[in-house]
Design a protein around this ligand. Structure first.
Ligand SMILES: [Zn+2]
Length: 149
């Protein structure tokens, strides 16, 4: 069943409850699949949210979140203690500062692209990279006729 994406409705939801649907192990490690999530998966030029998934008996540290073609979202990371199993009720918490920084970089990228395309229709934004290590927007086109003719 596809994971309900709570982050689409509210960017500022930093904590919520959920239920574990299934636990999987693949080449990327242990993956926790939930019925719903506030963790933004890596994509659209924006990095993964990080944080924790905590049940009554276990604590799981989330370091990478991936959207999968079947509509589920896989939370990868490491089990700090206890065991997680299908049906467990859990509390999700995301790293608020990291989430806000990434959301701001993403919004800034779209604003930059919008302003640039309005001012110079010769340029079309083709790629946005919103990671904090050096966010940028890539444009296709030329300004030669604007500045050199
Ligand atoms: Zn975007």
């Amino acid at each position: 069943m596809p994971t309900k994406m709570l982050y689409l409705a509210d960017t500022y939801l930093f904590q919520s409850s959920a239920h574990v649907e299934v636990i999987e192990h693949d080449e990327q490690g242990m993956a926790v699949i939930l019925d719903q999530t506030i963790f933004y998966p890596q994509g659209g030029g924006q990095p993964t949210d990080t944080g924790t998934i905590v049940s009554e008996l276990a604590e799981f540290q989330v370091i990478k979140v991936l959207y999968r073609p079947d509509g589920t979202i896989a939370h990868y990371g490491s089990l700090l203690n206890g065991e997680l199993k299908a049906g467990d009720k859990v509390i999700l918490s995301i790293n608020e500062n990291w989430c806000i920084l990434n959301a701001r970089n993403h919004t800034a990228g779209h604003m930059l692209a919008f302003a640039t395309e309005k001012s110079y229709p010769q340029l079309v934004g083709i790629k946005g990279y919103h990671f904090p290590d050096g966010p940028y927007v890539e444009f296709e086109g030329s300004l030669n006729e604007v500045f050199f003719e």
